[in-house]
Design a binder for this molecule. Structure first.
Ligand SMILES: Cc1ncc(COP(=O)(O)O)c(C=O)c1O
Length: 367
């Protein structure tokens, strides 16, 4: 099976982990240990942000970002339903109400024009997601947020290496949350990162990450244990060095797929709107005029041919039981996309022959 994604680890990561194990310093009791601190500094530089705060998952990063701003019961947060569950979970975990907004059919990202009508007196934040690695319309979202004094939390979990109007994820947001999960463009196994330019916000996030403690056993406020272990940070430092090469390879694979699949008329291929550069976390195609049965049959058929095609995401969040219980939403573009999309391998471990094999298999299946 050619997997849809896979981590690429080398001797650099193995040596870095061994070194940490030999020091015996496995974590930083009050936040980040020396490796995590180094990783944060390097990541902040990469993201062009004043601060980077390492966490033990992207979900933790999202949760803390809302929590640190005291978003709570009675508040509303606007987000897309066509995303990984963690985006909505963060809202639900602070007790706020997730308000789902439909997507644009060509980018699969939140439709900025539909955000305005969803804003109420209770709205506190907007959480755009850079789905599949393609940045959301961040300048327009910033403008909407500024008019209404709302926080912008960018879910950049899939967007390492993407850019919008020449700027990295987070530039137009108050805060960006990144995942370092095993499938991502760079990984620490599990892990997350928050970037922000706001000093006060960063300080609060650092406190929340480690039980609200500035001094050991003296919690100044309610917190959690969201610290990144030193072994993970050591892997992250090495992965971050390799990220530009990884992303470049993803881009080359994506370009090859697009060139070779352009004559498959039944498929809508992914595109980058002007000013947007994808991180190519996923190469997601859409069966035009297809339904769920057609799509699932194509994915099954591809998998039988050893192409690890996969669907992100089968079920929009507003249709999941926990989120459906309080309110129903009419999100036609989201529901249509969930029935028609599937993703093909585009990761940097793919060899040219494998790209050609994927194309051949898709053409056979879509005939
Ligand atoms: C869009 C999106 N948001 C949030 C997350 C959560 O990140 P993590 O798995 O590191 O908790 C992920 C990754 O899995 C994701 O893809």
């Amino acid at each position: 099976m050619i997997p849809v994604n896979m981590p690429l680890m080398g001797k650099e990561e193995i040596n870095a982990v061994t070194k940490v194990l030999k020091t015996g310093v496995l974590t930083g009791r009050l936040g980040s240990g020396p490796m995590a601190k180094q990783f944060e500094d390097n990541f902040a530089r990469f993201a062009g942000a004043r601060h980077a705060i390492a966490a033990n998952s992207g979900t933790a990063a999202l949760h803390m970002s809302l929590w640190a701003k005291d978003i709570k019961v009675g508040d509303e947060v606007i987000l897309p339903s066509f995303t990984f569950i963690a985006t909505a979970e963060a809202v639900a975990l602070v007790g706020a109400k997730p308000v789902f907004v439909d997507i644009k059919p060509n980018t699969y990202n939140i439709d900025s024009e539909k955000i305005g009508p969803a804003i109420t007196g209770k709205t506190r934040a907007i959480m755009p997601v850079d789905l599949y690695g393609l940045p959301a319309e961040m300048d327009k979202i910033r403008e909407i947020a500024d008019k209404r004094n709302l926080l912008v939390v960018e879910d950049a979990a899939q967007a390492h290496g993407a850019s919008y109007r020449g700027k990295p994820p987070g530039h137009f947001a108050d805060v960006a949350c990144w995942s370092l999960y095993a499938s991502k463009n760079m990984t620490t196994g599990e892990g997350g990162m928050i970037t922000t330019d706001n000093d006060e916000y960063a300080e609060k996030l650092r406190l929340l990450r480690s039980h609200g403690e500035k001094e050991e056993y003296k919690a100044a406020l309610l917190g959690h244990n969201y610290r990144m272990p030193e072994i993970e940070a050591a892997i992250g430092i090495e992965q971050l060095k390799k990220l530009p090469t990884f992303v470049e390879k993803r881009r080359r694979n994506a370009e090859a797929l697009t060139e070779k699949l352009s004559d498959v008329k039944k498929l809508a291929l992914p595109t980058e709107p002007t000013g947007c550069k994808s991180s190519w976390y996923l190469y997601t195609v859409r069966i035009q005029k297809g339904n769920l049965k057609d799509r699932d049959a194509v994915v099954q058929d591809l998998r039988k041919r050893s192409v690890g095609a996969a669907v992100y995401y089968h079920t929009p969040i507003h249709l999941m039981p926990y989120y459906r219980q309080h309110e129903s939403y009419h999100l036609p573009e989201t529901e249509k996309a969930a029935e028609q999309v599937f993703s093909l391998p585009v990761h940097p471990g793919l060899k040219a022959a494998e790209v050609s094999y994927v194309v051949k298999a898709v053409k056979q299946v879509m005939r």
